[in-house]
Design a protein around this ligand. Sequence first.
Ligand code: P6P
Length: 355
Amino acid sequence: MTADINQPLDQEYALDRDCTTLSRHVLQQLQSFSAEAQDLSAIMNRIALAAKLISRRLTRAGLVEGALGFTGNVNVQGESVKKMDVYANDVFISVFKQSGLVCRLASEEMDKPYYIPENCPIGRYTLLYDPIDGSSNVDINLNVGAIFSIRKQEGDDIDGDARDLLQNGHQQIAAGYVLYGPSTVLVYSIGRGVHAFTLDPSLGEFILSSENIQVPQHGPVYSVNEGNFWQWEDSIRNYIRYVHRHEGYTARYGGALVGDFHRILFQGGVFLYPGTIKKPEGKLRLLYESAPLAYLIEQAGGKASTGTQKIMDAVPKELHARTPLFIGSKEDVELVESFIEEGVRDKKETTMAHS
Ligand code: P6P
């Protein structure tokens, strides 16, 4: 059964759809009740609980003492920490305690991974996450998100440096995000397509709203912070000049990766966060922002690139490694890559001409 919000709902279908919760969908996807299937279903259920708790806080943030604003601290990324960042980070830790599922959590907000002691003897999974993506939008009531990636726990990581996490995106067994917008939407994949669930506050459940999402092969949207124009390589500036001069492109940029990605997933186009001459590695993190979204976009028939290689093939040198990110419709990402390749060729020719 393909749940599509636009289909007329007969009674039986409506009831069955209301019962297609996230945990049931995972088991349907795996067509199994094996231990691993049950684990994944339970992990997704915990993530859904975290999303509900954070959504509740966000929808009342303006009324709750101490929910908004900055903590006065700076995180490992060198970014000022919002109170909502800390709250959301703690929620993810709390929902996995006493779960027996996840031994270790690695977050944008924590320098080192957090180990849940009672889970570690048996916990077979690591959760990597950005608890609030786009937190600059929180205080102005604009959309924010969370991004998550699930990897198997390899070895016992006794020295706590999580070296086993420094592997490419093919090590992910599941990935997804939560978009806190007019509605709260959870999008996930366990390698069998991309599926979206919408939170029904009256039920307190995420209900299937779009199944087997496929990104259009081309779309009109290009999503980039053009305020960085003069910090980019010439090749990126040439791409921007191209879309400025050609019909059929429109700029959309929300300042929160999850919202910009979600738009492109449904409407097509490309999101760009290029490196700059000063910071060639860009701003976005590989392990818990770019790799999970790359996992999703490839499942949806799209593409994700560092500009020179697939995001899914990139291997981080450290837990909080950053990467340039070009992600979205296959044709649109490949157009950006063609400008980057041309830039590399031009540089080689210039170098040869001067040698
Ligand atoms: P800039 C939010 O801080 C974030 O990590 C992403 O969600 C977003 O796409 C990007 O940074 C925005 O960065 O430099 O355009 O403000």
